[in-house]
Design a protein around this ligand. Structure first.
Ligand SMILES: [Cu+2]
Length: 286
């Protein structure tokens, strides 16, 4: 048995309590020392992902505790000293059916919300605008087809060029600017090898495949800066093609579009009612 001196046990418990309490307060799109969990969610998809993760944590914890207790009980109760003549039992049909059926039921129950979330993150019926992302070895290209085809390439800021406040290996020369509270369809492709456009706080990670157009969507809920990285091993510069998304208000976005020679969207953007982006029947999955 493990034995902690009472003082050390108190310290350990206090320390873990501190981590649990302190981490949400420090949550941000950037990792912080001693942070636990994900970056703070900044899109509906990421909120659902966090929620799903929390449910799974409960399931995993219960299973782990159950198996640990069972193992400990077996080790103690059926140890050689206490059972000099071991039982010769090899089969028990009922128990074998139970320990097959229960895990299958648990997996099916997990699969239902999991697949629902996968489809929710896949596609948006009525996007307000489109962002096209093109992966290159080793930088990203962006096009705003609904805003006068603004197009630019986004390169890593090298160590020697970093300005104060910029983050090594995450800052870029030209950032993606997107309006908040807007349904953005993100189309992804690549020109050479497979890359993946991933921004954790927005719940987006999708492969950019040459010759193929992949789709996902995001709706940023808070202004701010969100960082990401290429998440498909794409060659020697794989670690040097970060993603920086700046979320701004709609008027600020319009000003940014104008200052980049783009035009406001030709047609009035279709604003999807809130109901349409709510995950269908999300309640029943919980
Ligand atoms: Cu890449």
């Amino acid at each position: 048995m493990l034995r902690f001196p009472p003082l050390r046990l108190t310290f350990l418990l206090g320390f873990f309590a501190f981590l649990v309490v302190a981490s949400p307060a420090l949550a941000d799109s950037l990792p912080r020392p001693w942070q636990l969990g994900f970056p703070e969610a900044a899109s509906p998809v990421k909120e659902q992902m966090d929620h799903f993760h929390d449910i799974l944590m409960v399931v995993i914890t219960l299973i782990t505790i159950f198996v640990t207790v069972l193992l400990a009980y077996t080790c103690i109760r059926f140890r050689a000293k206490r059972n000099p003549v071991p039982s010769k039992t090899t089969h028990n049909t009922l128990i074998e059916i139970i320990w097959t059926a229960i895990p299958v039921i648990i997996l099916v129950l997990i699969a239902i919300p999991s697949i629902r979330l996968l489809y929710y993150s896949d596609h948006i019926e009525k996007p307000d605008m489109t962002l096209k992302v093109i992966g290159y070895q080793w930088y990203w290209g962006y096009v705003y087809p609904d805003n006068g085809n603004i197009a630019f390439e986004s390169y890593l800021v090298k160590d020697e060029d970093l300005k104060p406040g910029q983050i090594r290996l995450l800052d870029v020369d030209k950032e993606v600017v997107l309006p908040i509270d807007t349904n953005v369809r993100v189309l992804m492709t690549a020109s050479d090898v497979i890359h993946a456009w991933a921004v954790p706080a927005l719940g987006v990670k999708k492969d950019a495949v040459p010759g193929r157009l992949n789709e996902t969507w995001l709706r940023i809920t808070k202004p701010g800066v969100y960082y990401g990285q290429c998440s498909e091993l794409c060659g020697q510069g794989h670690g040097f093609m970060p993603i920086k998304v700046r979320a701004v208000t709609k008027p600020e976005f319009a000003a940014w579009v104008a200052s980049h020679g783009g035009a406001p969207a030709a047609k009035a953007p279709v604003v999807a009612p809130q109901e349409e982006i709510v995950m269908p029947a999300a309640k029943s999955a919980e």
